[in-house]
Design a protein around this ligand. Structure first.
Ligand code: CU
Length: 148
């Protein structure tokens, strides 16, 4: 005894759309897995930062000026090779170190400082400019590197 299935136009259209969806999902999956994973091989992932300045005049006439890393927080995956490029826009000179990591450098106005490192350690690491440490010294100029 055999069963006979009759497929109507509506079912045929649904089957066609399902097949198309499967092909699209599979194509995306193949395309996505073939894309190079930046920062995990010998090719570092580039992160751009700049030095920025915020300034205001208080009601008493006092000028308040602070420097910041911009963006204030950057992210890396554990094990990722990072090329941190910091362009000096505001402020003549910003020495810096990344607390807990053996990374340091100096950013000069109009110049780009590049540090390359592998983010081997998970955590939140402060990027500190010791020259601009608190409000009385144009800071705190602190940014964050988040590795997870
Ligand atoms: Cu600074």
């Amino acid at each position: 005894m055999s069963k006979v299935f009759v497929v109507g136009k509506k079912q045929l259209r649904l089957i066609g759309m399902a097949a198309l969806l499967i092909v699209l999902v599979y194509s995306f999956w193949v395309w996505n897995s073939a894309a190079p994973t930046a920062g995990t091989s010998d090719n570092p992932r580039v992160i751009h930062m700049v030095t920025a300045e915020h300034a205001t005049t208080l009601k008493n006439g006092q000028e308040l000026e602070i420097y910041r890393w911009d963006p204030g927080t950057v992210f890396a995956k554990k094990g990722e090779l990072i090329e941190l490029r910091i362009l000096g826009v505001n402020g003549e000179r910003h020495p810096f170190f990344i607390e807990g990591l053996d990374i340091e450098g100096e950013v000069l106005k109009g110049k780009e400082t590049v540090v390359t490192f592998r983010a081997n350690q998970e955590g939140i690491f402060r990027i500190i400019c010791p020259t601009h440490s608190d409000p009385s010294h144009g800071g705190p100029m602190v940014g964050y590197l988040v590795v997870d």
